[in-house]
Design a binder for this molecule. Structure first.
Ligand code: RP5
Ligand code: MG
Ligand code: MG
Length: 276
């Protein structure tokens, strides 16, 4: 495995240029003596953000549950070099915490809501070439990059992944943060039903453009499938929070989604033996 999206020329929303790395020099074990990337910690400090490594009061428990923060990786235990955790895939062309909250792994959750594509009579539509049924998923357009993505988000401290999956879907694809409790009540049971049985499709590293040599995204991606569309039909989709748009997207190999999201969608299409 190698990463690409976190080796683009500029670090997102900054003027910082990443150090250029040939593909074969991405893995740490390949010698690269001239490697001298810039160091960047986003100055925007919120309550959730880890302190700088040099801060004497910052005593993280690496590769472990650190209080309510999960610093364990889904991959093998990561190495610490000069006090800094090392990206398990390799070099990214930039050191530091970048835009992410935590040094080391930043855990996210990605809910993949699916239904079959149907015609106006309710018949499932098959793809002309593959002759396989077309699966659709709920995608959002990210406000930060303008790219289409799964409506995922970060697992908060002390939050169960199952809760993150539902909360992020509610915030980004149903705009729940701007709905009254009465409005939410009208569709809450449909959401609960949809999220009552999920299938874990992926757990691991995400090639996210915000990754650095010392901090990176990992995710738990879970599929919630509505075989006869009876549940999703009751959900009033509306983009919210960090999403600018929401829509059903046909699954197809030509999809170009944010970070490694196309890879997760492909796994879902394989699971349902759908068109790809
Ligand atoms: C992705 O970042 C993860 O797979 C997840 O979808 C997302 C979480 O970050 P935010 O949406 O909270 O920015 O790569
Ligand atoms: Mg979110
Ligand atoms: Mg999000």
């Amino acid at each position: 495995m190698i990463h690409f999206k976190c080796r683009q020329e500029y670090y997102p929303f900054s003027k910082i240029k990443r150090f250029i790395i040939p593909d074969e020099k991405v893995p740490w074990h390949v010698k690269f003596p001239e490697y001298n990337p810039p160091y960047y910690n986003d100055p925007n400090k919120s309550f959730f953000v880890d302190k700088n490594i040099e801060d004497q009061s910052f005593k993280p428990a690496w590769n472990a549950m650190d209080g309510h923060i999960n610093r364990k990786s889904f991959m093998k235990p990561y190495t610490i070099e000069d006090g800094h955790p090392l990206n398990p895939i390799g070099r990214t062309g930039i050191k530091g915490r970048g835009l992410l909250r935590h040094w080391g792994p930043n855990h996210a959750a990605d809910p993949i809501i699916t239904r079959w594509k149907r015609d106006s009579l309710g018949n499932i539509i098959k793809h002309e070439l593959s002759k396989k049924s077309i699966l659709q998923f709920v995608g959002i357009e990210r406000r930060d990059s303008g790219q289409w993505a799964i409506p995922g988000g970060m697992v908060d401290a002390n939050e169960l992944v199952s809760a993150t999956l539902k909360r992020e879907f509610m915030e980004e694809a149903v705009n729940a943060l701007e709905k009254t409790p009465e409005e939410i009540k009208t569709f809450q049971s449909s959401i609960d039903k949809l999220f009552s049985s999920g299938f874990k499709i992926y757990e691991g590293y995400v090639d996210d453009p915000r990754n650095t040599d010392n901090s990176w995204l990992e995710t738990s991606a879970c599929n919630f499938h509505d075989e006869d569309s009876s549940i999703v039909g009751n959900i009033p989709f509306e983009a919210g929070d960090d999403a600018a748009n929401v829509r059903w997207i046909d699954m197809d190999k030509d999809l170009d989604l944010y970070a490694s999201h196309s890879q997760f969608i492909e796994l879902v299409s394989q699971k349902h033996n759908a068109h790809w």
